[in-house]
Design a protein around this ligand. Structure first.
Ligand SMILES: [Zn+2]
Length: 233
């Protein structure tokens, strides 16, 4: 079963870089995509997009009580939205709690779950984004301006920064597993230092900022699209 862009699947057509395509297929294999998007009802899709829209306008999620519990349970089973302590805690790419990955979109500050999520928000929202990611080794904040098309870097305070995208078994929640290995480092030295602390078997892709932005864009651009948007564009 193959998941189309209209259904929420990644936008491969926009990726020409083979390393980014490889990273994307390692992160989002067919079975994971099918588990996420397969048979998603239009009503649930609408709720998913409404939650993301509230994050984009308010910097915070809507109250979980605004939605039917069954709908939220469906989104949780698909690993798209998770409720904790009766509040929406996360809806990829966004987190209700502060993280090391901060995004400013149209003047609203929102926290992202991981580096790739932060870098993909511009493409999802269809606007330029100012992203700040904290290097896990030296705690330096790296500022990146992502262009309004969501696929290019306009400016970076540390152009040599690296995006590590770890490939792990996701289980039921990527935020608790895979996302913990999606980090942005101030440069190759600190990525290398961090990798030395990881098990030698840890797999992943060492990407440039532009590659990280393109990977995030391919994953998240379809999240806010509808078949109607696509036909119109
Ligand atoms: Zn560093």
């Amino acid at each position: 079963m193959s998941i189309s862009v209209e259904e929420g699947g990644p936008d491969l057509a926009l990726l020409s870089d083979p390393q980014v395509r490889d990273a994307l297929s390692a992160l989002m294999n067919e079975s994971r995509l099918a588990a996420r998007w397969g048979g998603l009802s239009p009503e649930t899709r609408q709720v998913h997009q409404e939650i993301l829209r509230t994050f984009l306008t308010e910097g915070a999620p809507p109250a979980a009580s605004e939605f039917r519990a069954e709908t939220l349970a469906d989104l949780a089973a698909r690993d798209l939205v998770h409720v904790r302590d009766r509040e929406i805690a996360l809806a990829y790419p966004f987190s209700a709690r502060p993280t090391d990955f901060r995004v400013r979109l149209r003047g609203v500050t929102i926290h992202a779950i991981c580096a790739v999520d932060a870098l993909g928000t511009a493409a999802m929202a269809g606007t330029a984004a100012e992203v700040t990611c904290v290097c896990p080794i030296c705690r330096t904040g790296v500022d990146i301006t992502v262009a309004s098309d969501g696929f290019a870097v306009d400016h970076a305070s540390r152009p040599e920064a690296r995006v590590w995208t770890g490939v792990k078994d996701v289980g039921t929640c990527a935020a608790d597993s895979q996302c913990k290995t999606m980090r942005l480092f101030c440069g190759p030295e600190h990525l290398a230092a961090w990798r030395r602390s990881q098990p030698p078997s840890a797999r992943g892709f060492d990407l440039s900022l532009t590659q990280g932005v393109q990977l995030g864009a391919a994953i998240f651009r379809p999240f806010m699209q509808s078949p109607h948007d696509r036909a119109a564009s």
